[in-house]
Design a protein around this ligand. Sequence first.
Ligand code: SAH
Length: 491
Amino acid sequence: MIAVRGVSRAVGWSRAPVLSRCHTPIRMLSTENVVRDEGKGALLRVLSDSIQANGPMTVPTYMQACLTNPDHGYYAGKLQEESHGILGATGDFITSPEISQVFGELLAVFFVSRWQAAGSPNRIRVIELGPGRGTLLSDMLRTFSAFPPMFDAIKSLELVEASPALLTQQEHSITTTLKQAGKKLVSPAISVENLESDSMRAEWFPSYHGVNVDPDSWTIVIAHEFFDALPIHIFEKKLEGWREVLVDVNHGEDQGVKVLKASDIINKANTKKKDPQLRFVVSPGATAWSQLLAARNERFKHFQPGQRVEVSPVSWAVARRMGEWISGYDSLKVDNEGRALTPEEPLKLARERSSLGGCGLVVDYGADRFFGDSFRAFRNHKIVSPLELPGQSDLTANVDFTFLSHAITTTDAQSYGPMTQRDFLASLGLNMRLKKLLEDNPSNRSKDIQQAAARLVDPTGMGEQYKILCVSAERAEKAGERSAEEIYPFL
Ligand code: SAH
Protein backbone atom coordinates (compact mmCIF):
# COMPACT_ATOMS: atom_id res chain seq x y z
CA MET A 1 0.00 0.00 0.00
CA ILE A 2 1.12 3.51 -0.66
CA ALA A 3 1.10 5.86 2.25
CA VAL A 4 -0.38 9.30 1.83
CA ARG A 5 1.00 11.13 4.81
CA GLY A 6 -2.13 13.07 5.62
CA VAL A 7 -4.20 9.95 5.87
CA SER A 8 -3.61 7.91 8.94
CA ARG A 9 -4.97 4.71 7.53
CA ALA A 10 -4.23 2.76 4.40
CA VAL A 11 -6.02 4.08 1.35
CA GLY A 12 -6.30 2.97 -2.23
CA TRP A 13 -5.26 -0.36 -3.56
CA SER A 14 -4.02 -3.50 -1.90
CA ARG A 15 -1.05 -3.63 -4.27
CA ALA A 16 1.00 -0.54 -5.00
CA PRO A 17 -0.18 0.76 -8.37
CA VAL A 18 2.41 2.58 -10.42
CA LEU A 19 0.59 5.44 -12.04
CA SER A 20 2.22 6.83 -15.09
CA ARG A 21 1.74 10.19 -16.66
CA CYS A 22 -0.34 10.40 -19.77
CA HIS A 23 2.29 10.87 -22.36
CA THR A 24 5.61 10.10 -20.72
CA PRO A 25 6.26 7.48 -18.04
CA ILE A 26 8.10 10.01 -15.86
CA ARG A 27 6.26 8.96 -12.70
CA MET A 28 7.37 5.36 -13.01
CA LEU A 29 10.31 4.79 -10.75
CA SER A 30 12.74 2.26 -12.09
CA THR A 31 14.85 1.63 -9.01
CA GLU A 32 13.88 -0.28 -5.92
CA ASN A 33 13.48 1.48 -2.62
CA VAL A 34 17.02 1.89 -1.32
CA VAL A 35 17.51 1.68 2.44
CA ARG A 36 20.69 3.27 3.71
CA ASP A 37 22.01 0.28 5.61
CA GLU A 38 25.46 1.68 6.04
CA GLY A 39 24.04 4.70 7.84
CA LYS A 40 21.39 2.79 9.79
CA GLY A 41 21.77 3.58 13.45
CA ALA A 42 24.52 6.16 12.87
CA LEU A 43 22.30 9.15 13.57
CA LEU A 44 20.76 7.37 16.55
CA ARG A 45 24.23 7.06 18.08
CA VAL A 46 25.09 10.70 17.32
CA LEU A 47 21.84 11.87 18.90
CA SER A 48 22.13 9.64 21.93
CA ASP A 49 25.73 10.82 22.55
CA SER A 50 24.54 14.40 22.34
CA ILE A 51 21.70 13.72 24.81
CA GLN A 52 24.09 11.93 27.21
CA ALA A 53 26.38 14.95 27.14
CA ASN A 54 23.86 17.82 27.08
CA GLY A 55 20.61 16.40 28.44
CA PRO A 56 17.30 15.78 26.64
CA MET A 57 16.79 17.67 23.37
CA THR A 58 13.78 19.57 22.09
CA VAL A 59 11.63 17.92 19.45
CA PRO A 60 12.61 20.57 16.80
CA THR A 61 16.32 19.85 17.37
CA TYR A 62 15.56 16.16 16.98
CA MET A 63 13.43 16.68 13.85
CA GLN A 64 15.96 18.93 12.22
CA ALA A 65 18.72 16.40 12.74
CA CYS A 66 16.53 13.56 11.43
CA LEU A 67 15.32 15.39 8.34
CA THR A 68 18.14 17.64 7.21
CA ASN A 69 21.38 16.46 8.88
CA PRO A 70 23.86 16.68 5.97
CA ASP A 71 25.28 13.17 6.56
CA HIS A 72 22.41 11.10 7.89
CA GLY A 73 19.25 13.23 7.47
CA TYR A 74 16.23 11.79 5.72
CA TYR A 75 15.91 14.51 3.06
CA ALA A 76 19.62 15.13 2.73
CA GLY A 77 20.61 11.79 1.13
CA LYS A 78 23.57 12.67 -1.04
CA LEU A 79 23.31 9.83 -3.52
CA GLN A 80 20.92 10.27 -6.37
CA GLU A 81 19.45 6.81 -5.80
CA GLU A 82 18.73 7.40 -2.15
CA SER A 83 16.00 9.92 -2.71
CA HIS A 84 14.04 7.33 -4.69
CA GLY A 85 13.29 5.92 -1.26
CA ILE A 86 11.44 9.08 -0.22
CA LEU A 87 8.76 10.06 -2.66
CA GLY A 88 6.65 8.22 -5.18
CA ALA A 89 5.19 4.80 -5.75
CA THR A 90 8.22 2.93 -4.42
CA GLY A 91 9.12 5.53 -1.81
CA ASP A 92 7.96 6.05 1.76
CA PHE A 93 4.95 8.11 0.77
CA ILE A 94 3.20 9.53 -2.26
CA THR A 95 1.83 13.03 -2.79
CA SER A 96 -1.00 14.45 -4.92
CA PRO A 97 1.20 15.68 -7.81
CA GLU A 98 2.79 12.22 -7.93
CA ILE A 99 -0.66 10.62 -8.15
CA SER A 100 -2.15 12.62 -10.99
CA GLN A 101 -1.01 15.37 -13.34
CA VAL A 102 -4.48 16.88 -13.00
CA PHE A 103 -3.51 18.22 -9.59
CA GLY A 104 -0.74 20.51 -10.88
CA GLU A 105 -2.79 21.45 -13.91
CA LEU A 106 -5.69 22.72 -11.80
CA LEU A 107 -3.38 24.62 -9.45
CA ALA A 108 -1.88 26.27 -12.54
CA VAL A 109 -5.35 27.17 -13.83
CA PHE A 110 -6.02 28.88 -10.50
CA PHE A 111 -2.84 30.97 -10.87
CA VAL A 112 -3.69 31.87 -14.48
CA SER A 113 -7.00 33.31 -13.29
CA ARG A 114 -5.31 35.25 -10.45
CA TRP A 115 -2.69 36.60 -12.87
CA GLN A 116 -5.43 37.80 -15.22
CA ALA A 117 -7.30 39.38 -12.30
CA ALA A 118 -4.06 41.20 -11.38
CA GLY A 119 -4.00 42.82 -14.84
CA SER A 120 -1.61 40.31 -16.46
CA PRO A 121 1.67 41.77 -15.12
CA ASN A 122 4.56 41.01 -17.48
CA ARG A 123 7.09 39.93 -14.91
CA ILE A 124 6.38 36.83 -12.83
CA ARG A 125 8.56 34.81 -10.50
CA VAL A 126 7.59 31.43 -9.09
CA ILE A 127 8.78 30.41 -5.64
CA GLU A 128 8.29 26.79 -4.58
CA LEU A 129 9.00 25.53 -1.08
CA GLY A 130 10.15 21.88 -1.06
CA PRO A 131 9.53 20.91 -4.72
CA GLY A 132 10.20 17.18 -4.10
CA ARG A 133 10.94 15.60 -7.47
CA GLY A 134 9.82 18.72 -9.35
CA THR A 135 6.66 17.01 -10.57
CA LEU A 136 4.18 19.65 -9.43
CA LEU A 137 6.21 22.51 -10.87
CA SER A 138 6.67 20.65 -14.16
CA ASP A 139 2.94 20.01 -14.46
CA MET A 140 2.25 23.65 -13.69
CA LEU A 141 4.84 24.95 -16.16
CA ARG A 142 3.47 22.68 -18.88
CA THR A 143 -0.02 24.07 -18.20
CA PHE A 144 1.26 27.67 -18.19
CA SER A 145 2.85 27.02 -21.58
CA ALA A 146 -0.68 26.73 -23.00
CA PHE A 147 -1.14 30.42 -22.01
CA PRO A 148 1.79 32.01 -23.90
CA PRO A 149 1.48 35.60 -22.55
CA MET A 150 1.66 34.27 -19.00
CA PHE A 151 4.31 31.67 -19.74
CA ASP A 152 6.52 34.31 -21.36
CA ALA A 153 6.07 36.58 -18.34
CA ILE A 154 7.63 33.94 -16.02
CA LYS A 155 11.21 35.12 -15.70
CA SER A 156 12.49 33.32 -12.59
CA LEU A 157 12.05 30.15 -10.57
CA GLU A 158 13.25 30.34 -6.95
CA LEU A 159 13.22 26.94 -5.31
CA VAL A 160 13.80 26.20 -1.64
CA GLU A 161 15.19 22.70 -1.22
CA ALA A 162 17.21 21.11 1.58
CA SER A 163 18.04 17.89 -0.26
CA PRO A 164 20.85 17.94 -2.84
CA ALA A 165 19.56 14.67 -4.33
CA LEU A 166 16.05 16.03 -4.85
CA LEU A 167 17.49 19.25 -6.25
CA THR A 168 19.12 17.27 -9.05
CA GLN A 169 15.83 15.56 -9.84
CA GLN A 170 14.00 18.89 -9.82
CA GLU A 171 16.46 20.39 -12.27
CA HIS A 172 16.10 17.40 -14.57
CA SER A 173 12.32 17.39 -14.47
CA ILE A 174 11.95 21.14 -15.04
CA THR A 175 14.56 21.24 -17.79
CA THR A 176 12.77 18.43 -19.65
CA THR A 177 9.39 20.16 -19.37
CA LEU A 178 10.74 23.53 -20.48
CA LYS A 179 12.51 21.95 -23.42
CA GLN A 180 9.23 20.48 -24.62
CA ALA A 181 7.76 23.99 -24.39
CA GLY A 182 10.68 25.53 -26.31
CA LYS A 183 12.43 27.14 -23.33
CA LYS A 184 15.59 26.58 -21.34
CA LEU A 185 16.76 27.17 -17.77
CA VAL A 186 19.54 29.69 -17.30
CA SER A 187 21.68 30.91 -14.45
CA PRO A 188 20.26 33.51 -12.05
CA ALA A 189 23.41 35.52 -12.76
CA ILE A 190 21.61 36.71 -15.91
CA SER A 191 19.41 39.65 -14.95
CA VAL A 192 15.75 39.69 -15.92
CA GLU A 193 16.47 42.68 -18.19
CA ASN A 194 19.06 40.65 -20.16
CA LEU A 195 17.00 37.47 -20.33
CA GLU A 196 16.32 36.07 -23.81
CA SER A 197 12.74 35.24 -24.69
CA ASP A 198 13.38 31.46 -24.64
CA SER A 199 15.03 31.50 -21.18
CA MET A 200 13.91 31.22 -17.56
CA ARG A 201 16.23 31.87 -14.62
CA ALA A 202 16.37 29.21 -11.91
CA GLU A 203 17.92 29.45 -8.49
CA TRP A 204 17.94 26.99 -5.59
CA PHE A 205 18.12 27.97 -1.91
CA PRO A 206 18.83 25.56 0.95
CA SER A 207 16.61 27.65 3.24
CA TYR A 208 13.71 30.07 2.82
CA HIS A 209 15.90 32.77 4.40
CA GLY A 210 17.75 33.17 1.10
CA VAL A 211 14.70 34.27 -0.93
CA ASN A 212 14.15 38.03 -1.08
CA VAL A 213 11.17 40.26 -1.52
CA ASP A 214 10.83 41.52 -5.12
CA PRO A 215 8.12 44.18 -5.58
CA ASP A 216 8.83 44.38 -9.33
CA SER A 217 7.65 40.81 -9.96
CA TRP A 218 4.20 39.34 -9.54
CA THR A 219 5.11 36.53 -7.15
CA ILE A 220 3.58 33.05 -7.18
CA VAL A 221 4.33 30.88 -4.12
CA ILE A 222 3.58 27.16 -3.85
CA ALA A 223 4.05 25.10 -0.70
CA HIS A 224 2.79 21.57 -1.21
CA GLU A 225 3.44 19.23 1.73
CA PHE A 226 6.17 21.52 3.00
CA PHE A 227 4.81 22.91 6.27
CA ASP A 228 4.08 19.42 7.63
CA ALA A 229 7.82 18.69 7.48
CA LEU A 230 8.81 21.73 9.53
CA PRO A 231 9.90 21.19 13.14
CA ILE A 232 7.32 21.37 15.95
CA HIS A 233 7.62 21.83 19.70
CA ILE A 234 5.31 19.70 21.85
CA PHE A 235 4.02 21.15 25.13
CA GLU A 236 2.03 19.52 27.93
CA LYS A 237 -0.19 21.32 30.40
CA LYS A 238 0.54 20.26 33.99
CA LEU A 239 -1.15 21.42 37.19
CA GLU A 240 1.92 23.60 37.81
CA GLY A 241 1.89 25.12 34.29
CA TRP A 242 3.21 24.38 30.79
CA ARG A 243 6.07 21.91 30.30
CA GLU A 244 7.91 20.80 27.18
CA VAL A 245 8.05 17.28 25.77
CA LEU A 246 11.69 16.41 25.06
CA VAL A 247 13.59 13.51 23.49
CA ASP A 248 15.74 11.53 25.90
CA VAL A 249 17.72 8.29 25.86
CA ASN A 250 15.74 5.48 27.40
CA HIS A 251 17.74 4.73 30.55
CA GLY A 252 15.13 2.28 31.70
CA GLU A 253 14.16 4.41 34.70
CA ASP A 254 11.00 6.33 35.38
CA GLN A 255 10.23 9.30 33.20
CA GLY A 256 12.28 12.35 34.17
CA VAL A 257 15.59 13.97 33.47
CA LYS A 258 18.63 12.01 34.66
CA VAL A 259 21.76 13.95 35.48
CA LEU A 260 24.91 12.07 34.47
CA LYS A 261 28.26 12.22 36.21
CA ALA A 262 31.45 12.23 34.11
CA SER A 263 32.27 8.73 35.38
CA ASP A 264 28.93 7.44 34.01
CA ILE A 265 29.90 8.60 30.54
CA ILE A 266 33.40 7.07 30.71
CA ASN A 267 32.03 3.76 32.00
CA LYS A 268 29.37 3.76 29.27
CA ALA A 269 31.94 4.47 26.59
CA ASN A 270 34.04 1.51 27.73
CA THR A 271 31.28 -1.05 27.66
CA LYS A 272 30.05 -2.16 24.24
CA LYS A 273 26.26 -2.12 24.35
CA LYS A 274 23.42 -2.63 21.91
CA ASP A 275 21.96 0.41 20.15
CA PRO A 276 20.44 2.98 22.50
CA GLN A 277 16.72 3.67 22.41
CA LEU A 278 15.01 7.02 22.57
CA ARG A 279 11.87 8.06 24.43
CA PHE A 280 9.84 11.16 25.16
CA VAL A 281 10.07 12.79 28.59
CA VAL A 282 8.38 15.85 30.01
CA SER A 283 10.67 18.64 31.24
CA PRO A 284 10.57 18.93 35.04
CA GLY A 285 10.21 22.73 34.88
CA ALA A 286 9.09 25.31 32.33
CA THR A 287 11.44 25.83 29.35
CA ALA A 288 12.04 29.10 27.50
CA TRP A 289 9.94 27.73 24.61
CA SER A 290 7.07 26.58 26.83
CA GLN A 291 6.94 30.06 28.35
CA LEU A 292 7.08 31.82 25.01
CA LEU A 293 4.91 29.60 22.84
CA ALA A 294 2.41 27.95 25.20
CA ALA A 295 2.07 29.85 28.49
CA ARG A 296 1.49 33.20 26.80
CA ASN A 297 -0.79 31.92 24.06
CA GLU A 298 -4.44 32.91 24.43
CA ARG A 299 -5.52 29.95 22.30
CA PHE A 300 -4.23 27.47 24.89
CA LYS A 301 -5.54 29.11 28.01
CA HIS A 302 -8.44 26.66 28.50
CA PHE A 303 -6.24 23.56 28.32
CA GLN A 304 -6.66 20.95 31.06
CA PRO A 305 -3.73 19.18 32.79
CA GLY A 306 -2.50 16.29 30.64
CA GLN A 307 -3.44 17.96 27.34
CA ARG A 308 -0.71 18.47 24.75
CA VAL A 309 -0.24 20.90 21.90
CA GLU A 310 2.16 21.02 18.94
CA VAL A 311 3.51 24.43 17.93
CA SER A 312 5.82 25.20 15.02
CA PRO A 313 7.50 28.61 15.31
CA VAL A 314 9.39 27.90 12.08
CA SER A 315 6.05 27.50 10.29
CA TRP A 316 5.05 30.90 11.64
CA ALA A 317 8.25 32.43 10.28
CA VAL A 318 7.88 30.78 6.86
CA ALA A 319 4.20 31.82 6.57
CA ARG A 320 5.13 35.37 7.50
CA ARG A 321 7.90 35.35 4.89
CA MET A 322 5.40 34.04 2.34
CA GLY A 323 3.17 37.04 3.07
CA GLU A 324 6.18 39.31 2.53
CA TRP A 325 7.16 37.73 -0.81
CA ILE A 326 3.56 37.89 -2.06
CA SER A 327 2.91 41.45 -0.93
CA GLY A 328 6.34 42.59 -2.10
CA TYR A 329 6.95 44.31 1.25
CA ASP A 330 9.13 43.36 4.18
CA SER A 331 6.97 43.68 7.30
CA LEU A 332 7.32 46.06 10.17
CA LYS A 333 9.20 44.60 13.14
CA VAL A 334 7.16 44.22 16.33
CA ASP A 335 8.03 44.49 20.02
CA ASN A 336 7.38 41.77 22.61
CA GLU A 337 3.79 42.91 23.01
CA GLY A 338 3.17 42.68 19.25
CA ARG A 339 3.18 46.46 18.65
CA ALA A 340 4.72 47.60 15.35
CA LEU A 341 8.05 49.43 15.77
CA THR A 342 8.90 52.53 13.77
CA PRO A 343 10.81 51.22 10.74
CA GLU A 344 14.42 52.15 10.04
CA GLU A 345 14.98 54.37 6.98
CA PRO A 346 15.72 51.66 4.31
CA LEU A 347 12.64 49.64 5.32
CA LYS A 348 10.52 52.80 5.47
CA LEU A 349 11.56 53.76 1.94
CA ALA A 350 11.03 50.22 0.60
CA ARG A 351 7.51 50.26 2.04
CA GLU A 352 6.72 53.51 0.25
CA ARG A 353 7.23 52.19 -3.25
CA SER A 354 4.78 50.30 -5.47
CA SER A 355 4.56 46.53 -5.64
CA LEU A 356 2.92 44.17 -8.14
CA GLY A 357 1.75 41.79 -5.39
CA GLY A 358 1.15 38.12 -6.01
CA CYS A 359 -0.63 34.98 -4.94
CA GLY A 360 0.29 31.74 -3.18
CA LEU A 361 -1.17 28.40 -2.14
CA VAL A 362 -0.35 26.27 0.87
CA VAL A 363 -1.55 22.70 0.42
CA ASP A 364 -1.16 20.29 3.30
CA TYR A 365 -2.93 18.01 5.71
CA GLY A 366 -4.24 19.64 8.84
CA ALA A 367 -7.12 21.88 9.85
CA ASP A 368 -8.10 25.28 11.12
CA ARG A 369 -7.08 24.31 14.67
CA PHE A 370 -4.14 23.12 16.71
CA PHE A 371 -3.18 19.47 17.17
CA GLY A 372 -1.81 17.64 20.21
CA ASP A 373 -0.67 14.24 18.99
CA SER A 374 -0.20 14.31 15.24
CA PHE A 375 3.61 13.93 15.26
CA ARG A 376 4.38 10.71 13.37
CA ALA A 377 6.84 9.00 11.06
CA PHE A 378 6.51 7.16 7.74
CA ARG A 379 8.70 4.39 6.47
CA ASN A 380 7.94 2.02 3.61
CA HIS A 381 4.30 3.17 3.53
CA LYS A 382 3.77 2.47 7.21
CA ILE A 383 3.32 4.74 10.20
CA VAL A 384 6.16 4.07 12.63
CA SER A 385 7.34 5.67 15.87
CA PRO A 386 9.09 9.00 15.21
CA LEU A 387 11.83 7.91 17.63
CA GLU A 388 12.60 4.67 15.82
CA LEU A 389 15.60 4.71 13.43
CA PRO A 390 16.12 8.49 13.26
CA GLY A 391 17.01 9.71 9.77
CA GLN A 392 15.48 6.61 8.16
CA SER A 393 11.89 7.77 8.13
CA ASP A 394 9.92 10.82 7.19
CA LEU A 395 8.79 12.88 10.18
CA THR A 396 5.62 14.89 9.89
CA ALA A 397 2.88 16.67 11.85
CA ASN A 398 -0.50 18.12 10.89
CA VAL A 399 -0.57 21.78 9.93
CA ASP A 400 -2.41 24.31 12.12
CA PHE A 401 -3.81 26.61 9.42
CA THR A 402 -5.12 29.16 11.94
CA PHE A 403 -1.56 29.66 13.11
CA LEU A 404 -0.36 30.22 9.51
CA SER A 405 -3.21 32.67 8.84
CA HIS A 406 -2.30 34.64 11.98
CA ALA A 407 1.29 34.89 10.76
CA ILE A 408 0.08 36.20 7.40
CA THR A 409 -2.06 38.89 9.05
CA THR A 410 1.21 40.40 10.37
CA THR A 411 2.22 41.13 6.73
CA ASP A 412 0.79 43.18 3.87
CA ALA A 413 -0.81 40.09 2.31
CA GLN A 414 -4.11 38.46 3.29
CA SER A 415 -5.07 34.82 3.73
CA TYR A 416 -8.21 33.09 2.40
CA GLY A 417 -9.56 29.70 3.46
CA PRO A 418 -8.48 27.05 4.14
CA MET A 419 -10.87 24.97 2.06
CA THR A 420 -10.73 21.24 1.44
CA GLN A 421 -8.76 19.89 -1.50
CA ARG A 422 -11.95 18.20 -2.67
CA ASP A 423 -13.92 21.46 -2.90
CA PHE A 424 -11.00 23.34 -4.39
CA LEU A 425 -10.33 20.85 -7.19
CA ALA A 426 -14.03 20.34 -7.91
CA SER A 427 -14.60 24.13 -8.15
CA LEU A 428 -11.70 24.47 -10.57
CA GLY A 429 -13.20 21.95 -12.96
CA LEU A 430 -11.70 18.58 -12.05
CA ASN A 431 -14.46 16.71 -13.85
CA MET A 432 -14.08 18.67 -17.07
CA ARG A 433 -10.32 18.22 -17.09
CA LEU A 434 -10.73 14.53 -16.39
CA LYS A 435 -13.15 14.14 -19.29
CA LYS A 436 -10.62 15.73 -21.66
CA LEU A 437 -7.80 13.56 -20.34
CA LEU A 438 -9.86 10.42 -20.90
CA GLU A 439 -10.65 11.49 -24.47
CA ASP A 440 -6.95 12.11 -25.19
CA ASN A 441 -5.70 8.79 -23.80
CA PRO A 442 -6.01 5.16 -24.85
CA SER A 443 -8.94 3.43 -23.20
CA ASN A 444 -6.70 0.93 -21.39
CA ARG A 445 -5.47 3.84 -19.24
CA SER A 446 -8.96 5.13 -18.37
CA LYS A 447 -9.30 3.17 -15.16
CA ASP A 448 -5.93 4.36 -13.79
CA ILE A 449 -6.65 7.97 -14.69
CA GLN A 450 -10.08 7.90 -13.11
CA GLN A 451 -8.92 6.14 -9.95
CA ALA A 452 -6.07 8.59 -9.50
CA ALA A 453 -8.34 11.61 -9.82
CA ALA A 454 -10.92 10.05 -7.52
CA ARG A 455 -8.21 9.56 -4.93
CA LEU A 456 -7.38 13.27 -4.86
CA VAL A 457 -10.95 14.15 -3.90
CA ASP A 458 -11.85 11.06 -1.85
CA PRO A 459 -14.11 12.35 0.96
CA THR A 460 -12.77 9.71 3.35
CA GLY A 461 -9.12 10.44 2.52
CA MET A 462 -7.10 13.06 0.70
CA GLY A 463 -10.09 15.10 -0.45
CA GLU A 464 -11.07 16.09 3.09
CA GLN A 465 -7.79 15.81 4.98
CA TYR A 466 -5.78 18.04 2.67
CA LYS A 467 -6.59 21.73 2.94
CA ILE A 468 -5.73 24.66 0.72
CA LEU A 469 -4.94 28.10 2.05
CA CYS A 470 -4.62 31.04 -0.33
CA VAL A 471 -2.34 34.02 0.36
CA SER A 472 -2.82 37.04 -1.87
CA ALA A 473 -1.96 40.69 -2.33
CA GLU A 474 -3.12 43.09 -5.03
CA ARG A 475 -0.92 45.60 -6.77
CA ALA A 476 -0.32 48.53 -4.39
CA GLU A 477 1.24 51.99 -4.55
CA LYS A 478 2.68 51.58 -1.06
CA ALA A 479 2.53 49.21 1.90
CA GLY A 480 -0.50 49.13 4.20
CA GLU A 481 -3.03 50.02 1.50
CA ARG A 482 -4.55 46.76 0.40
CA SER A 483 -8.09 45.55 0.99
CA ALA A 484 -9.59 42.07 0.78
CA GLU A 485 -10.08 40.59 -2.70
CA GLU A 486 -12.74 38.29 -4.08
CA ILE A 487 -10.84 35.12 -4.83
CA TYR A 488 -12.67 32.23 -6.43
CA PRO A 489 -13.17 29.57 -5.04
CA PHE A 490 -12.19 31.04 -1.64
CA LEU A 491 -15.38 33.01 -1.04
N1 SAH B 1 6.19 19.26 -2.72
C1 SAH B 1 6.60 17.92 -3.06
C2 SAH B 1 7.49 17.29 -1.99
C3 SAH B 1 6.95 17.18 -0.60
S1 SAH B 1 8.09 16.40 0.52
C4 SAH B 1 5.41 17.04 -3.31
O1 SAH B 1 4.35 17.34 -2.81
O2 SAH B 1 5.54 16.03 -4.01
C5 SAH B 1 8.85 17.79 1.34
C6 SAH B 1 9.82 18.57 0.48
O3 SAH B 1 10.34 19.65 1.27
C7 SAH B 1 11.05 17.81 0.02
O4 SAH B 1 11.43 18.32 -1.23
C8 SAH B 1 12.07 18.13 1.10
O5 SAH B 1 13.38 17.90 0.70
C9 SAH B 1 11.77 19.58 1.36
N2 SAH B 1 12.12 20.06 2.70
C10 SAH B 1 11.72 19.52 3.88
N3 SAH B 1 12.16 20.27 4.92
C11 SAH B 1 12.84 21.31 4.37
C12 SAH B 1 13.52 22.44 4.91
N4 SAH B 1 13.57 22.64 6.22
N5 SAH B 1 14.11 23.30 4.05
C13 SAH B 1 14.04 23.11 2.71
N6 SAH B 1 13.41 22.06 2.14
C14 SAH B 1 12.81 21.17 2.95
